[in-house]
Design a protein around this ligand. Structure first.
Ligand code: HEC
Length: 123
């Protein structure tokens, strides 16, 4: 390998690391930390995938691509335990991101009982 190609390879590697770091920073910026307001946090951090109304649909009624679950479907929601929902929210699952770095377990518990559960009750 010539010194020039070695230098180029080093540059390419550096660029890859840099891009990776930027992407990660972008992810963190996109999902904010919990700020104490459950309703606002649902809108800021959860609604992009689950919908403002928890039904996995956007404001025009279109299916969101990463919804995963329709929280307004009470028949299905009633089969789920709060404790499991708390675990999924803290630790993530497949496309569902983990929130344990952004919310305390007590806050996640409140999010499930005061916001997520109520989507089924409303319909
Ligand atoms: C990037 C998209 C995305 C974001 C943001 C997101 N979720 Fe999810 N969520 C998913 C997907 C996809 C699943 C289904 C995971 C699976 O079972 O494979 C899921 C599943 C869940 C479940 C479990 C439902 C079940 O299957 O029983 C709960 C509870 C949940 N999310 C709550 C939340 C809460 C609360 C927030 C915000 C703090 C949130 N999610 C943010 C995509 C997302």
């Amino acid at each position: 390998m010539t010194p020039v190609s070695r230098a180029l390879r080093t540059l390419a590697l550096a660029a890859t690391f840099l891009a990776g770091g930027l992407l990660q920073a972008e992810d963190k910026k996109e999902l904010p930390k919990f700020d104490g307001n459950l309703q606002k946090y649902w809108a800021d951090a959860c609604a992009r995938c689950h919908g403002v109304n928890g039904n996995g649909r956007d404001n025009n009624g279109g299916q969101l691509p990463d919804a995963g679950f329709d929280f307004t479907d009470s028949r299905k929601a009633n089969k789920k335990k709060d404790s499991d929902w708390v675990k999924v929210t803290l630790n993530g699952k497949d496309k569902m991101p983990a929130f344990k770095d952004r919310m305390s377990e007590a806050d996640v518990q409140k999010m499930i009982t005061e916001i997520v559960r109520k989507f089924a009750a409303k319909h």
